[in-house]
Write a protein that binds this ligand. Structure first.
Ligand SMILES: [Zn+2]
Length: 309
């Protein structure tokens, strides 16, 4: 049980986890609290959905004729990245199994959902992932990875483990979403939570360099060397790559459309090479593969991260 994160803390937590976050106009005050007379919280976990459609970000914001929006807190596009949709009570979970809610609250393994006798919109954060959900529509690696980071960010901010994560199909009888395995997903969230982070949600921390996200140089180098040769959108080091790309965008070396998918592709390598040229490097020293000095200076100049080697 926990008090829901403020809009600002939600943003900070997601960004610190390495996500590039887009904000739908009006999301911070978009909720169902006053309409229903029920306030959101205390929160006990995060719930994962697929949208069963494509291009449905606005539907998730506005709702449908039979169900007013917001239909989630965040919407994750196949290639459009993560979007903030609502803050507060959202129509995503509906009526769910109380036994499952209790298990989530206590971080126990989830019992089978066989009744719909409790309000899930009260207490669960919801992520809608753009996917047809027919078992044939693939989740691109970068999209799936962002879903893991979204869940991990909220769990980390609340001090929860991966056992506070559920799929809609696990809490409400008859639901089939999301169309991937939730045990696998929780295992991936657990791995992500094991990665040491600066703690974005601790209000006592000053906002100086000590609390900045860190980019691991060796992992970033590995990503820059392997991602361009792999299939489009291959992701080796989502968090560090997104921070590096955000810095390159901020300083004008990379177009924003290429940032945020977590893949250190050939366009990012070319943009990084321009940054190295800017610093005075030439030849193989400006080949687009990050080095300690160029990366540290990129972090400093953009103000977005510090480097650990
Ligand atoms: Zn759902």
């Amino acid at each position: 049980m926990a008090t829901p994160l403020s809009a600002e803390k939600t943003l900070a937590a997601l960004k610190a986890e390495g996500l590039a976050v887009h904000e739908h106009t009006g999301w911070k005050t978009h909720n169902r609290d006053s309409e229903t007379g029920k306030t959101f919280g205390p929160v006990i976990g995060v719930l994962i959905h697929h949208t069963a459609g494509h291009g449905d970000k606005e539907i998730c914001y506005n709702g449908r004729s039979d169900l007013p929006g917001p239909l989630c807190h965040s919407w994750l596009g196949k290639t459009d990245g993560l979007w903030m949709i609502g803050h507060g009570r959202a129509n995503h979970a509906g009526a769910v199994d109380l036994d499952v809610l209790n298990a989530l609250r206590e971080e126990k393994s989830l019992p089978h959902d066989n009744q719909a006798n409790a309000d899930g919109n009260d207490c669960l954060y919801g992520l809608e992932i753009e996917n047809l959900g027919n078992g044939k529509d693939p989740y691109p690696d970068a999209q799936y990875r962002q879903a893991v980071l979204w869940a991990a960010a909220l769990c980390r901010a609340h001090g929860w483990s991966e056992k506070s994560v559920a799929g809609h199909k696990e809490v409400q009888p008859g639901k089939i979403d999301p169309s991937f395995d939730m045990d696998d997903f929780r295992a991936d969230v657990k791995k992500q939570l094991a990665v040491t982070k600066t703690a974005p949600s601790k209000p006592s921390k000053p906002s100086g360099s000590a609390s900045k996200p860190r980019v691991d140089l060796s992992r970033l180098i590995a990503a820059a060397k392997s991602d361009p040769g792999r299939k489009q959108g291959h992701v080796s080091y989502m968090a560090g790559t997104n921070l590096t790309e955000a810095a390159l965008v901020k300083l004008g070396y990379l177009a924003k459309t290429y940032a945020g998918d977590g893949s250190f592709g050939s366009t990012t390598v070319a943009a990084y090479a321009k940054w190295q040229h800017h610093l005075g490097y030439t030849g193989t020293d400006a080949n687009g593969i990050p080095g300690k000095i160029s990366l540290s200076r990129l972090g400093d100049r953009s103000g977005l991260f510090t480097v650990v080697a």
